[in-house]
Design a protein around this ligand. Structure first.
Ligand SMILES: Cc1cc2nc3c(=O)[nH]c(=O)nc-3n(C[C@H](O)[C@H](O)[C@H](O)COP(=O)(O)OP(=O)(O)OC[C@H]3O[C@@H](n4cnc5c(N)ncnc54)[C@H](O)[C@@H]3O)c2cc1C
Ligand code: FES
Length: 272
C-alpha cells in the first residue's frame, strides 16, 4: 500500500448518469500510481471550510495510462450536493488513496461481483482488474428501478458477463440481486471468490449464501468517517477474530478507513 497523499486534483468532467448520481473524472497521476480497486479518496467537497469534514468516495475507475481516476456518487446530503455543484476545471482537495483493497487471489479462476445501488461504485475498477488478470467474471447489479441501474455498459465492455435485478421489475429480473446469486450457484456456476458492496442487508445475505456454498467472500463496508486516516476511531466496525491458543471466537474493533474498507465477509459482525 502506498502513502496517503494530500493533493489538489483537477476535475476533467462531470456527468449526471442517473437521477442524483454523478460520474466525475479527475486528473490524478500521483494517486493513480498506487491506487488499487477497493480503495477510496477523502474529499473536501466545497471550496471553503464548510462542511468541515471530508467525505469518503470509492475509486470507481483507474486509468493508469492517462493518469485519471473516476468517482461515482449519489447526492444524499450537504457534502455530496456541494460536490455535485463543482464543475470541470475546478480543483478538488483530496486525500488518497486510502484503505486496503479487494484481494484477488492468483489461483482464482472465476470471480463473482455483486453490487447493490450506489454500491457498484468501487466494483468497476475491481471488474476491470479481474478481467485484465484473465479471470472469468460475472457481475450482478441490483437497483430499485431501471433508471438507477448504473455501470452496466462499462462492466460489459470490460469483458464480464452482467445480469441485473430491479426491485420493481422495470428492467430484467424482478426481485433481489441475491436471488440472482442463489440462482447462479444452483445452476452450477461456482465462483472461487465473491466480492460485494451495497446496502448492509444485501451484503449480510451474500455472506450467508457464500458461507453455505463454501465460497470465499469479501465485502466493502461503509461507516461515517471523520479523519479518514486512522486517527480518530470514528469509523470502527466489529470483527470476529479467532484466538488460536484458546480456540475460541473473539471480537475486535477495526477502523473501516485504514483496516478496511474491505473485510472478509465471514469476519463481519452485522447485528450491531
Ligand atoms: C469507504 C467509503 C466509500 C464510499 N464510497 C462511496 C461512493 O463511491 N459513492 C457514494 O455515493 N457514496 C460512497 N460512500 C458514502 C458517502 O461517503 C456518503 O454518502 C457521503 O459521505 C454523505 O455525505 P453528505 O454530506 O452528502 O451526506 P450527510 O449529510 O453526511 O448524510 C446524509 C445521509 O447519508 C448517511 N451517510 C452519510 N455517510 C454515510 C456513510 N459513510 N455510510 C452510510 N451512510 C452514510 C447519513 O446517515 C445521512 O442519513 C462511501 C463511504 C465510505 C465509508
Ligand atoms: S475515520 Fe478516523 S479512524 Fe477512520
Amino acid at each position: 500500500m502506498c502513502a496517503i497523499l494530500n493533493i489538489k486534483v483537477k476535475i476533467l468532467n462531470k456527468e449526471e448518469v442517473a437521477p442524483d448520481i454523478y460520474l466525475m473524472k479527475l486528473k490524478a497521476p500521483e494517486i493513480v500510481q498506487g491506487a488499487l480497486p477497493g480503495q477510496f479518496i477523502h474529499i473536501k467537497c466545497s471550496k471553503d471550510n464548510y462542511p468541515l469534514l471530508r467525505r469518503p468516495l470509492s475509486i470507481h475507475r483507474i486509468d493508469k495510462e492517462k493518469g485519471e481516476i473516476c468517482i461515482l456518487f449519489q447526492v444524499v446530503g450537504e457534502g455530496t450536493k456541494l460536490l455535485a455543484n463543482r464543475t470541470a476545471g475546478d480543483n478538488l482537495d483530496i486525500l488518497g488513496p486510502i484503505g486496503n483493497s479487494f484481494n484477488i487471489y492468483p489461483e482464482s479462476k472465476k470471480i463473482m461481483i455483486v453490487g447493490g445501488g450506489i454500491g457498484v461504485a468501487p466494483l468497476l475498477a475491481l471488474c476491470e482488474e479481474s478481467t485484465r488478470q484473465g479471470k472469468e467474471v460475472r457481475v450482478l447489479i441490483g437497483a430499485l428501478k431501471k433508471e438507477l441501474v448504473i455501470g452496466e455498459e462499462n462492466i460489459r465492455k470490460s469483458g464480464a458477463k452482467v445480469d441485473v435485478a430491479t426491485d420493481d421489475g422495470s428492467y430484467k429480473y424482478k426481485g433481489l440481486v441475491t436471488d440472482l446469486l442463489e440462482g447462479s450457484i444452483r445452476e452450477g456456476w461456482l465462483a472461487d471468490q465473491i466480492f460485494a458492496c451495497g446496502p448492509k442487508f444485501m451484503m449480510r445475505k451474500i455472506v450467508e449464501i457464500s458461507l453455505d456454498a463454501h465460497i470465499d467472500c469479501q465485502v466493502s463496508l461503509e461507516e461515517r468517517m471523520a479523519c479518514g486516516i486512522g486517527a480518530c476511531l470514528g469509523c470502527v466496525c466489529k470483527i470476529k477474530t479467532k484466538d488460536k491458543k484458546e480456540d475460541k471466537v473473539k471480537y475486535k474493533y477495526k477502523r473501516v478507513c485504514v483496516d478496511g474498507p474491505v473485510f472478509k465477509g465471514s469476519e463481519v459482525v452485522w447485528d450491531d
